[in-house]
Design a protein. Structure first.
Length: 334
């Protein structure tokens, strides 16, 4: 037995649940579970469990005793907290099953994640095509090219925007893993933390490359002959600092992706090859970081960049398509 106030609360919630699911008004029907709407509602068992136990507003089942809705208002409530929480659990389970094993909050995080990841990756790739090109390790030639480039700052702002969207997508993905087993949940959380670190490092990288290096090469290009050697040395030192920033940003990105690959491999709502592709993409970023830190911006490093782009687009598209299919199934189930 529960207090009247508890029963009132349970009854009101039962009424609201029934109404929100398009079921008959429980105050106006003696046995609304006989209504055809119950036969087609995926949450009918949970709602009936809440209502069945004897709320002063809702009482379905045998213990209704044929009383009218008006008489039932004065019946002593019989609903227990166990009945109430059990009904809510049943409804939550129904919604989780309809979402392909994920509650709606996680499903929303996954939807947001797939959109941010794909949009960020595409934006970053497209903007990078406008970056000044040449042999990046031939500093005299490439610094002259950089000094003449009029869209340098805009390109680097665009690159940062794309990478920020991509990494925000990884953070959203970590929230989508909160409903998984403990190992997957913690792998996702640590992966999200690594993604935040990668974003911070990328912001510092773009400050060095997009601002400091540009100012240094401009000063070198316009300096009188007597000052050129010193100006060039300053620009080259900034370039080497860029190598270090890029190396460690790639390491953080690769670590984040490997953690997410391990977490995704433990889930049931996406294909296992998606995890493998994420892992390979993470290894490509680690390779970028090693080459950038030891050799600079070489052909090998450029090849690793392109490989990470291809693998990244592959797993992001796969994740988005899989999410879309499960979303359609979820809508049909609802």
């Amino acid at each position: 037995m529960v207090r009247q106030s508890d029963a009132d609360l349970h009854g009101v919630v039962g009424v609201q649940l029934a109404r929100s699911e398009g079921l008959p008004d429980p105050q106006a029907a003696a046995r609304p579970e006989d209504d055809p709407a119950y036969a087609h509602n995926p949450h009918r068992d949970g709602i009936a469990q809440i209502a069945k136990a004897g709320s002063p507003y809702v009482q379905y089942g045998e213990d209704a005793g044929g009383y009218s809705a008006r008489h039932r208002r004065n019946m002593e409530p019989k609903m227990s907290t166990t009945h109430f929480s059990g009904g809510l659990t049943a409804i939550t389970a129904d919604r989780r099953d309809a979402a392909g094993g994920q509650p709606s909050s996680q499903w929303g995080c996954l939807r947001l994640s797939s959109r941010l990841l794909l949009a960020g990756q595409i934006l970053h790739i497209v903007v990078t095509q406008f970056h000044a090109g040449g042999d990046a390790n031939d500093h005299h030639a490439i610094f002259a090219t950089y000094a003449e480039n009029a869209i340098w700052s805009a390109v680097h702002v665009g690159q940062f925007a794309g990478m920020a969207m991509l990494l925000a997508g990884l953070v959203a993905l970590s929230f989508a893993l909160d409903g998984e087993d403990e190992a997957a949940r913690w792998l996702g959380r640590v992966g999200g933390a690594a993604a935040v670190a990668a974003l911070a490092l990328y912001g510092a990288l773009q400050a060095v490359d997009g601002v400091a290096l540009k100012q240094a090469v401009n000063a070198w290009a316009s300096a009188p002959e007597a000052e050129k050697a010193a100006r060039f040395a300053s620009a080259e030192a900034i370039r080497w600092l860029e190598w270090g920033m890029r190396s460690h940003q790639d390491f953080a990105m690769g670590l984040a992706l490997l953690l997410f690959a391990a977490a995704i491999a433990r889930t049931a709502w996406t294909a296992r090859p998606v995890g493998w592709l994420i892992g390979l993409c993470g290894l490509a970023y680690l390779a970028q970081g090693w080459v950038a830190g030891t050799q600079g911006f070489t052909t090998a490093q450029s090849a690793a960049i392109v490989l990470s782009w291809v693998l990244g687009l592959a797993w992001m598209i796969w994740l988005a398509v899989g999410r879309g299919r499960r979303g359609s199934a979820r809508s049909a189930a609802a």
